[in-house]
Design a protein around this ligand. Structure first.
Ligand code: NAD
Ligand code: DAU
Length: 350
């Protein structure tokens, strides 16, 4: 198979490319990525010289460039996105442009080129806040809370509309919070791990009682491969780690494993519109595709902490200019920055 992978220089995409090249030796991969702040070719150094791998720098919103790069591909696995919820709250336009318009451009071109399968990588955030004791299955209502999750829900609906209207071979995965090697340190776990390694404060939003379901990225890659190869066209598949933990409990656990003091915990102003809980039902993946998560949170966390500790050069690369100014603005000057954002929008009377 010739695979067209979008966003393959990011966290999950790069793990997926390494996964598939090692498991499916006849497959060829085109990695199409714009290399935003989150895209990093250092994530793919081990496969850069593989004759079955080719990198093309490009934007998914650029139709002619996408057409040229996708020509001859049998399947699309679409990871490219503005993936960080906080950034989508601070500056939403990039998330709308890439996640909605970019997905639309890909769908149009994939349909014209008659690709055989189009796997759209989505998120459990499209279901919004899940009440304590409840779980979202693939038929649950979409109630996204942030510009990021709304843009992902919009792109999911576009994919499903193409299936229904044009008989397009689309499939969707919705996964929970991934963690593991090569994750950009704006996200919770790598941010906490790398700050703890430097004995810097661990910023806990609000009361820290929000819950997330943690999934090791390798388990997700196995799930995505199963959906690509054996999933039913037009179907949505939830992929969760089935390990739901409060943020504060998770931060304390990391500090314990890393032998760092709890005095590093620092409560900071909450994320606006913050979802309290995500929780997925994943029976469909197990029933139809024989998939379930294999990596326990205990093992996965230990390996991930070790990986960040052992990859100081990679860390120094990603924590350069852009990340430093992001961190300064949204963490070191959090209160004034969030206040300015709250004041800047139009006021409604209801
Ligand atoms: P990431 O931010 O690490 O990587 C995104 C990649 O997309 C980067 O390489 C970036 O350069 C590329 N990209 C961004 N805009 C682009 C554009 N316009 N054209 C081409 N490339 C572009 O993201 P991630 O965490 O690896 O997430 C990958 C996908 O999985 C996303 O669609 C995200 O919504 C979804 N997802 C992520 C998680 C998670 O926990 N990280 C969980 C569920 C779903
Ligand atoms: O659930 C899947 C989603 O998981 C993906 O679709 C997104 O792409 C991915 O970014 C992630 O979104 P979250 O908002 O859940 O992840 P994040 O790592 O930003 O935050 C996890 C939790 O930790 C959340 O409750 C907010 C909190 N948090 C986060 C950061 C960055 C903090 O308390 N402090 C922080 O500094």
């Amino acid at each position: 198979m010739n695979l067209f992978v979008t966003g393959g220089a990011g966290f999950i995409g790069s793990n997926f490319i390494r996964h598939i090249l090692s498991l499916r030796q006849g497959h060829r991969v085109v990695n199409y990525d714009k290399l935003t702040y989150a895209g990093n070719l250092a994530n793919l150094e081990t496969v850069a010289d593989d004759p079955n791998y080719r990198f093309v720098k490009g934007d998914i919103c650029d139709g002619p460039a996408v057409t040229a790069a996708m020509e001859g591909c049998d399947a699309v696995i679409h990871f490219a996105a503005e993936s960080h919820v906080d950034r989508s709250i601070y500056e939403p336009s990039a998330a709308i442009e890439t996640n909605v318009t970019g997905t639309f451009v890909l769908l149009q071109i994939a349909r014209t080129l008659q690709v055989q399968r189009f796997v759209h990588i989505s998120t459990d955030e499209v279901y919004g806040d899940i009440l304590p004791g409840a779980f979202a299955d693939e038929g649950s209502h979409l109630r996204p809370s942030s510009p990021y999750s709304a843009s992902k829900a919009a792109s999911d609906l576009l994919v499903l509309s193409y299936v229904r209207t044009y008989g397009f071979p689309g499939l969707i995965t919705r996964s929970s919070n991934n963690y593991g090697p090569f994750q950009f340190p704006e996200k919770f776990l790598p941010l906490m791990i790398t700050n703890a390694l430097d004995s810097k404060p661990l910023p806990i939003y609000g009361d820290g009682a929000q819950q997330r379901d943690w999934l090791h990225v390798e388990d997700n890659c196995r799930g995505i491969l199963a959906v690509l190869e054996r999933g039913r066209i037009g179907e949505v598949y939830n992929i969760g780690g089935l390990d739901i933990v409060e943020n504060l409990t998770m931060a304390r656990r990391l500090l314990r494993v890393m032998s760092k003091p709890e005095t590093l915990l620092s409560y900071v102003q909450d994320r606006p519109g913050h979802d309290r809980r995500y929780a997925l039902k994943c029976e469909k993946m197990e029933r139809e595709l024989g998939w379930k998560p294999m990596i326990s949170l205990e093992d996965g966390l230990r390996q991930t902490i070790e990986w960040y500790g052992a990859n100081a050069t990679w860390m120094a690369g990603v924590r350069g200019g852009e990340y430093r100014s992001y961190y300064e603005k949204y963490y070191e000057n959090r209160d004034s920055t969030l206040h300015a954002i709250a004041q800047s929008g139009p006021k409604t009377s209801h």
